[in-house]
Each structure stands twice: as structure tokens, then as C-alpha cells.
Design a binder for this molecule. Structure first.
Ligand code: 5AD
Ligand code: SF4
Length: 444
């Protein structure tokens, strides 16, 4: 075939940092670019538009993004027409866009979290002018519905239910870069879920910084009702949601989870710390006793529920004894998984001004101890799977392992071989081997 400009489609490449929220927002940027005639490039080298969707929740996420943006200087020198855009949480920080522009003048578009839906007009503007386009809105806008999406996580589909956060945990930058909490209308969410299930998606994951406070800003909506409404949609699908906040996680929700045949037997309930003094300094608005009480209630209704969590070590003033309270809580709850973090000082948050910042070596020792403990809990839990047959929703093919993979209702990952492509199908897998947190099995 003779290559001509006529059959050349413009290409985009997006790099995403951070959480599921960001992954889904990248799906929206991809959707906007697709609607403008762009298609996905294999790599940055052959892209016409390169987007960095950044995160600033911890310093290392920022450092990685800055390193990767800086590395494109040569590419931009060689191909002056390529458009480089940087958006997301990092650029939304006070004064950051200007700083970034000074440091990387070759970046063409800088946008924030509040004007992502405007990406088409930002790109159009840039294509018509030589100057960089820098537009970061200070305040959140009304929710924008109907942004096109190019989804990338089939058979799972992410669905936003709230944007922003009102909780102001003292370590966290999210409320500053994502604004106040806004809930999508229940009907908009339910309609989106109905369409996704019709399209063949098999798992819906509802997203919000605190899904439990969904509807607080609406006249007649709350999270348990939303769960009930989505559970009534016809079809064979799973429903997940994240993230929960222990202060708002209540019995009504537990009942809604227990009575739904769609909601997975897995709840992510970030505890952050096990010492009351630290929880208070974090402004989490619950005590370790409250947390343990909620776990007990959850297990009363759903004895086999798997509970995962987020834990931070090295929060300002954290003593060895405070840390042992965290260790003790982890032992008591026996989480099915824990995302563990070393506290990272974020400019502009109350915790960044606190005395008693912890030495990094101390934090590293603590996190190692915590990870070791969690790993031993996971190994024990994995062993209890041996010989059992579990229902797996196949998500992907792992090229390295040469195996298909997917999760059971408890969120546990299993790998298996199959002659047919079973991505997007519910399959039964008999577990024959365990490898730490993941399981290996035979397709039944
Ligand atoms: N430092 C370390 N971890 C943080 N998280 C949020 N802010 C920080 C910070 N400044 C963690 C919390 C949260 C998860 C998404 O990220 O544990 O639940
Ligand atoms: Fe950050 Fe706390 Fe809001 Fe979660 S609930 S996004 S940790 S402020």
C-alpha cells in the first residue's frame, strides 16, 4: 500500500499517574480526542498529541511526571509539530501551572482538573496559535454530562458518582485540587450503567473520593439507594465502588450490600492509622474503636466479606507506640489487602505545617514491617483457597505469565490458562497453587 496523508489518522498518547479517578479521566480525554478524529498511538514517538494526566497526592507521583515531561524535550526539538499537554491534579495546585511553564517552556497546553471536559477547545486553540495555552480554573464548575469516553478497562467500566471532596484530612491535597464535593444526578448514573451493561460491560466500579456521602448535596439521593437502583438493572454484572470513608460507612449501606446480588463481597475501607491520637491529628473523624465496630457490623451481615484498606506510616509526630497501634489493628482486622504509604508532605495542607515530621528512615522501617505483616496475612488467606473452585471474571491476558487473569467476588486475583479467549466471561477456576497474594488455577 502506498502511504498517503489522506489515510493518515492523527494519533494520541496519554500517560496517566495516580488513581482510578485519573484513569477514568484519561478515558474522557481519549474520548474527546477520538471524537476529533485521533486514534491511539503505540508510543509517544509516533503521537501527534501527547497528554500527561498527572497526580499530586504524593511527592513521588509528581517527581515521576516531571521526569517524564522533561524527557520529551528532545522529541519536541526533533518534531516541532507534536503537541504536549499536561493536566490533572498536579497543575491544579496554586501557582503550579506558571512554574511548570517556566521549567518546561516546550509544553503546549497546561490545563487543570476543572476544565478537562474543555480539552477540545484547548487543543483547537493551540493548533491555531504558536503560544502555549495555559488555562487552569481556580474553582470547580457544574458537573458536565455527556463527555465522550474511550474506555480502556473492559470488562470493567468506571462510573463517576461524585467529584471533589469535603473532608479535609489534614495530610491530603485532594480537596484543594478537586474542589468541593458534587454528586451526579441519580438518573444520569443509572442511565450510564444501563447503557454500559447493554454494551456488554460485566463490572461497574462507582468512583468518588468518598462514595458514602453521595447525594448529600442533592434533594433525594443517597448511596444505599443508588446501590439498590443499580442492582435492579437486568443483566449479569458485578458492582464495585470506591472509596469509602469509615465515618460515613453505615448500617443502611451494609444492608444494601448484603441484599444485592450484584455488589461484590469486597469493601475498601481506608483506616489510615490505628492510633486515636494520629487519627485525630489527621482529622479523620473516627476512632480506632469506631472503625473496629464498623468492621464487626459489616462481618455480622456478611461474615465472609473481604476488607481492604489504605494505611499511612510516618504521619507527623507518629511514635513507635502509635505505629504499634496500627500493627495491632491490622492483626485484629486481618485485611484482605492493604495499600501502604509513607506520609508525604504536601504544600498547603495543615499537616505540612505540623511539628514532628518523621525521619524517612524511621518511616521506611515502619512500612517494611507493615508490609511484611500484611504479606503474611495474605499468604495465610491464599492457602485457604487451595482446592476450592471460584468464579472469576476474566479481565485480561498477562503476556509475561502467558496466562489469563481475573478476580473473584472478593477481589482476589487468579491466573489460569485457556485455549479460548475468555476475556469478559465469568469462568470457574479450581485453585491449585498460591503465590503470595495471587492464585493459580485450572479452568473448569
Ligand atoms: N501522603 C501519603 N499518602 C497519602 N494519601 C493521601 N494523601 C497522602 C499523603 N500526603 C493516601 C491515603 C489515601 C490514598 C489514596 O492515598 O492513604 O487513602
Ligand atoms: Fe483526601 Fe480524606 Fe478526601 Fe480521601 S477523604 S480524598 S484522604 S481529604
Amino acid at each position: 500500500m502506498i502511504f498517503s496523508m489522506e489515510n493518515y489518522t492523527k494519533k494520541y498518547f496519554i500517560t496517566t499517574y495516580g488513581c482510578q479517578m485519573n484513569l477514568h479521566e484519561s478515558e474522557k480525554i481519549a474520548g474527546i480526542l477520538t471524537s476529533m478524529g485521533y486514534s491511539l498511538a503505540k508510543s509517544e514517538d509516533c503521537a501527534d498529541v501527547i497528554v500527561f494526566n498527572t497526580c499530586c497526592i504524593r511527592e513521588n507521583a509528581e517527581d515521576r511526571a516531571e521526569g517524564n515531561i522533561g524527557a520529551l524535550k528532545q522529541l519536541k526539538k526533533a518534531r516541532k509539530d507534536v503537541i504536549i499537554a499536561v493536566g490533572g491534579c498536579m497543575t491544579q495546585q496554586n501557582g503550579f501551572a506558571e512554574k511548570l511553564h517556566k521549567k518546561f517552556p516546550f509544553v503546549d497546553i497546561i490545563f487543570g482538573t476543572h476544565n478537562l471536559e474543555n480539552f477540545k477547545s484547548l487543543l483547537t486553540k493551540k493548533l491555531a496559535q504558536k503560544k502555549s495555552v495555559i488555562e487552569v480554573l481556580e474553582k470547580e464548575t457544574e458537573i458536565v454530562e455527556g463527555t465522550p469516553k474511550t474506555r480502556t478497562s473492559y470488562p470493567n467500566a468506571w462510573v463517576n458518582i461524585t467529584y471533589g471532596c469535603n473532608n479535609f484530612c489534614t495530610y491530603c491535597i485532594v480537596p484543594y485540587v478537586r474542589g468541593r464535593e458534587r454528586s451526579r444526578k441519580m438518573q444520569d448514573i443509572v442511565s450510564e450503567c444501563e447503557s454500559l451493561i447493554k454494551e456488554g460491560y460485566k463490572e461497574i466500579t462507582l468512583l468518588g473520593q468518598n462514595v458514602n456521602s453521595y447525594g448529600n448535596d442533592l434533594p433525594d439521593a443517597n448511596f444505599p439507594t443508588l446501590i439498590e437502583r443499580i442492582s435492579k438493572i437486568n443483566g449479569n454484572f458485578r458492582l464495585r465502588f470506591m472509596t469509602n470513608h469509615p465515618k460515613d460507612f453505615n448500617e443502611d449501606l451494609i444492608k444494601a450490600i448484603a441484599s444485592s446480588d450484584k455488589v461484590c463481597k469486597s469493601v475498601h475501607l481506608p483506616v489510615q492509622a490505628g492510633a486515636n491520637r494520629i487519627l485525630k491529628l489527621m482529622n479523620r473523624k473516627y476512632t480506632r474503636e469506631d472503625y473496629l465496630e464498623k468492621v464487626k457490623l459489616l462481618r455480622k451481615y456478611l461474615p465472609d466479606i473481604s476488607i481492604t484498606t489504605d494505611i499511612m506510616v510516618g504521619f507527623p509526630t507518629e511514635t513507635d507506640n502509635d505505629f504499634y497501634d496500627t500493627i495491632d489493628l491490622v492483626k485484629q482486622v486481618e485485611f484482605a489487602g492493604a495499600f501502604t504509604f509513607i506520609y508525604s508532605k504536601r504544600e498547603g495542607t495543615p499537616a505540612s505545617k505540623m511539628d514532628g515530621q518523621i525521619d524517612e528512615n524511621v518511616s521506611k522501617k515502619r512500612i517494611t514491617q507493615l508490609i511484611d505483616l500484611q504479606n503474611s496475612i495474605n499468604r495465610k488467606q491464599s492457602e485457604s483457597y487451595l482446592g476450592k473452585t471460584v468464579e472469576i471474571l476474566c479481565e485480561d491476558f498477562d503476556e509475561k505469565k502467558n496466562m489469563y487473569m481475573g478476580r473473584d467476588t472478593y477481589g482476589r486475583m487468579a491466573y489460569f490458562t485457556s485455549e479460548n479467549n475468555v476475556i469478559g466471561q465469568f469462568v470457574n477456576v479450581k485453585i491449585t497453587k498460591t503465590g503470595g497474594i495471587s492464585l493459580l488455577g485450572i479452568l473448569q
